[in-house]
Design a protein around this ligand. Structure first.
Ligand SMILES: Nc1nc2c(ncn2[C@@H]2O[C@H](COP(=O)(O)OP(=O)(O)OP(=O)(O)O)[C@@H](O)[C@H]2O)c(=O)[nH]1
Ligand SMILES: [Mg+2]
Length: 367
C-alpha cells in the first residue's frame, strides 16, 4: 500500500529542504531560486512509534520494523497555476496523485532568500495556493457535472449516484470554499464517491510553518496566524525549522539529541510531522510480534481484520479464519501473549472485527 503526502506550497519556501531532511538524503535539489524543483521527488519515511520498542522488549525480537509512508516533493505553485502559469497544470497533476497535502508556508524572515511575492505573509500565501487548487477543481468539476447531468436525466444509474455529491462539491467551490469541508461527518459511501472524484481540495491538509532556527521551539507571530487559520478550517498545523531539520538529519543520533536539546526541542520536528501526516491520512497501526521481528503495519481507520491480514500477505486475506487480538495496553501491562491469554485478554476476532490502533495481532488462515 502506498500512502502519499504531497509537499506543496509557493516556490522557494523550503519544500525540498524539508523533503531532504525527512528522507535523510540529498535526493532533491534545494537552492535559492524559484522553480528549483520541476520533477517531483518521492521518498519513503519510517513512522516513529515508541510502542514498537515496548512490545519487542517483551517478545525479545531480533528486529524492529516500523511502518512507512511516502512523501512527494512537488514543484512550487504560483498565482495563475490553474491557468497554466509556471507549468501549473503539470504541477497540479502531480498533486492529484497524492492522498494528503502537506502545505509548507514560509514563516521565516531572511532578506537573502527570494520570496516570489516579495513579502512574508503565510496566511496570504496559503490563500494564493488554495485559490489555485480551488480554481482547478472548479474547472474540472464544472465540465464533468454538465456531462453527468445529461446522463442522469437519461436515468443513467452511475450518474444518478455520483451527481448529488458532485453538485454539493461544485456549490462549495462556487462559494470559494474547499471541498474538504464536506469531509466532516461524511458517510462511508459518500466518502468513497468523493475520493473517486479526485479533487485537489478534498484532500486533507496539514500546514507546516517553516520558521527561523530561533523560533523552532515557540513559533512566531506568523506561525500563530497560520495556526488560527488552520483551526478555523479544521486543518492541522505544525511549526518546524527546515534549516534545523536539515542539520539534524545529517548528524549521528547522539549528536542530534544534543543539538536538539540546545535548541530547546524534545524531538526532531520531523517526527511530529510524520506522525501528523499519518493521522492526516486517517491511518492506524497494528502490530505483529515474535522472536524474529516486531513489526508495525498500516491500515485505513475502519479496516476489518481480513484487510489487515491482507496487508501482510494477500494469501492471509483470502484464507482468513480468525485473528487473535490483544490490545496494546493489555499486552504491555500483562507482559505478553501467554499471560494475556491466561487473563482472557487475547480475543479471537472474526471477519467483521474492526481493527483498533495498537492491536497486537496473530492471524490464523488457510492457504
Ligand atoms: N533562512 C532559511 N532559509 C531556508 C529555510 N528553509 C529553506 N531555506 C532556503 O530557501 C531556499 C529554497 O529552499 P528549497 O527547499 O529549494 O525551496 P522549495 O520550496 O523546494 O523551492 P522550489 O522547488 O523552487 O519550489 C534555499 O536556499 C534554502 O536553503 C529556513 O528555514 N531558513
Ligand atoms: Mg523544491
Amino acid at each position: 500500500m502506498g500512502f502519499k503526502c504531497g509537499i506543496v506550497g509557493l516556490p522557494n519556501v523550503g519544500k525540498s529542504t524539508l523533503f531532504n531532511a525527512l528522507t535523510r538524503t540529498a535526493a532533491a535539489q534545494a537552492a535559492n531560486y524559484p522553480f528549483c524543483t520541476i520533477e517531483p521527488n518521492t521518498g519513503e519515511v519510517a513512522v516513529p512509534d515508541p510502542r514498537l520498542k515496548k512490545i519487542s522488549g517483551i517478545t525479545k525480537s531480533k528486529e524492529i520494523i516500523p511502518t512507512r509512508i511516502s512523501f512527494v516533493d512537488i514543484a512550487g505553485l504560483v498565482r495563475g497555476a490553474s491557468k497554466g502559469e509556471g507549468l501549473g497544470n503539470q504541477f497540479l497533476a502531480n498533486i492529484r496523485e497524492v492522498d494528503a497535502i502537506v502545505h509548507v508556508l514560509r514563516c521565516f524572515e531572511d532578506d537573502d532568500i527570494t520570496h516570489v511575492e516579495g513579502r512574508i505573509d503565510p496566511v496570504a500565501d496559503a490563500e494564493t495556493v488554495e485559490t489555485e487548487l480551488m480554481l482547478s477543481d472548479l474547472d474540472s468539476l464544472e465540465r464533468r457535472t454538465t456531462q453527468m447531468q445529461k446522463r442522469a436525466s437519461g436515468k443513467d444509474k452511475e450518474a444518478m449516484t455520483l451527481l448529488p455529491m458532485m453538485e454539493q462539491a461544485l456549490a462549495l467551490l462556487q462559494e470559494g470554499k474547499p471541498v474538504r469541508l464536506l469531509l466532516d461527518g461524511i458517510a462511508a459511501e459518500d466518502l468513497k464517491i468523493l475520493r473517486g472524484l479526485n479533487l485537489l481540495t478534498s484532500k486533507p491538509v496539514l500546514y507546516v510553518c517553516n520558521v527561523a532556527e530561533g523560533d523552532a521551539a515557540e513559533g512566531n507571530e506568523h506561525s500563530r496566524a497560520v495556526a488560527a487559520m488552520a483551526d478555523s478550517q479544521g486543518a492541522g498545523s505544525v511549526v518546524i525549522s527546515a534549516a534545523i531539520e536539515a542539520e539534524v538529519a545529517q548528524l549521528p543520533d547522539a549528536e542530534a539529541a544534543e543539538y536538539l536539546e540546545a535548541m530547546g526541542l524534545e524531538e526532531p520536528g520531523l517526527d511530529r510531522l510524520i506522525r501528523a501526516g499519518y493521522e492526516l491520512l486517517d491511518l492506524i497501526t497494528f502490530f505483529t510480534s515474535g522472536p524474529k521481528e516486531t513489526r508495525a503495519w498500516t491500515v485505513y481507520k475502519g479496516a476489518k481484520a481480513p484487510q489487515a491480514a491482507g496487508v501482510i500477505h494477500t494469501d492471509f486475506e483470502r484464507g482468513f479464519i480468525r485473528a487473535q487480538t490483544i490490545a496494546y495496553e493489555d499486552f504491555i501491562a500483562l507482559g505478553g501473549e501467554v499471560p494475556a491469554r491466561e487473563a482472557g485478554k487475547a480475543r479471537d476476532e472474526g471477519k467483521e472485527y474492526v481493527v483498533t490502533d495498537g492491536d497486537v495481532m496473530l492471524f490464523k488462515f488457510n492457504t
